[in-house]
Design a protein around this ligand. Structure first.
Ligand SMILES: Nc1ncnc2c1ncn2[C@@H]1O[C@H](COP(=O)(O)OP(=O)(O)O)[C@@H](O)[C@H]1O
Ligand SMILES: [Mg+2]
Length: 269
């Protein structure tokens, strides 16, 4: 199994939109995907179904343990499952020992793997501190959605330094890539930032595909669906996330990971 977190210094850059649409695309491509929401504001649950707000999930398991499988929600797509954020307020009132968080996160990763998950996607709250820091440190890969705005030229190197510090402290996390989001076609400032970032950073660190700023993404999250499910016939922009999913497969070695897991299983049979 491969665990991927998102990370960004700022909110509103399209992390949750990425997680929902990427999880859907990967599931459509045949991977067993578990989308876990670690944002106390519960963006994933809120977008996909209002009722997930009242469900138990990530934070309940983190502070109380229990039966992991009972917290996982099925979706219409058998390959896509969701671990909602759960009851953050109730859990933080009870308090959880901060030093136990890494072990409990490792337990969540193990439980997901035992369920046959190929790809665990963990949506995070903005900022690389607190729970988001712990989540990123526990994952194999991190995707950095970066809004195409002038500030990005300074904030991206800062983010990369923080992540390389995590690695030097022993965390396994590698950068899967920087994904430019909210790119405005035909806007010269947006285009200039895209060009500057691509000139400044090694191509190996950048997703080839950008995410354009489009009304349909806004509409899709208001309707609580991946953009591909918005209409009977998926709009052309649904292909954007298929393209990103294909890049993720390459960048994380997802197919090789599954092969390795399968050959391991056959040795044990
Ligand atoms: N590519 C996009 N084009 C237009 N609106 C977008 C796009 N991505 C996200 N949005 C909208 O911007 C808001 C913030 O996006 P979200 O994915 O929740 O960001 P984050 O999780 O980083 O806070 C949401 O209302 C969402 O619908
Ligand atoms: Mg979010």
């Amino acid at each position: 199994m491969i665990a991927i977190a998102t990370a960004s210094q700022k909110g509103g850059v399209g992390k949750t939109t990425l997680c929902i649409n990427l999880a859907y695309s990967l599931a459509r491509r045949g991977w067993n995907v578990l989308l876990a929401d670690t944002d106390p504001q519960g963006g994933v649950g809120l977008s996909l179904a209002r009722s997930t707000r009242s469900k138990q999930g990530f934070y309940d398991y983190l502070c109380g343990g229990g039966d992991f499988d009972k917290l996982v929600l099925a979706t219409r797509l058998p390959e896509l499952q969701i671990l909602p954020a759960g009851q953050y307020d109730a859990c933080s009132r009870r308090g959880w020992p901060a030093h136990e968080v890494p072990a409990r996160l490792a337990d969540i990763l193990r439980s997901a793997e035992l369920r046959g998950v190929d790809c665990l996607i963990m949506d995070t709250a903005a900022g690389l501190n607190g729970m988001s820091e712990s989540v990123v440190k526990a994952c194999d890969y991190v995707i950095i959605p970066q809004q195409a705005e002038p500030l990005a030229v300074r904030s991206v190197p800062h983010m990369l330094e923080t992540l390389s510090r995590y690695r030097s402290e022993g965390a396994p996390v590698k950068v899967a890539g920087i994904l430019l989001t909210m790119v405005m076609a035909g806007n010269s400032i947006s285009q200039k930032v895209v060009n500057e970032l691509r000139a400044m950073l090694p191509a190996s660190l950048m997703f080839e595909q950008n995410v354009p700023r489009l009304e349909s993404f806004l509409e899709a999250s208001a309707m609580g669906v991946p953009v591909a499910l918005m209409k009977r016939n998926p709009p052309p922009e649904a292909l954007i996330f298929d393209q990103i999913a294909a890049e993720i497969e390459q960048r994380t070695g997802l197919p090789e990971d599954r092969e390795a897991a399968q050959s391991h299983a056959s040795l044990l049979d």
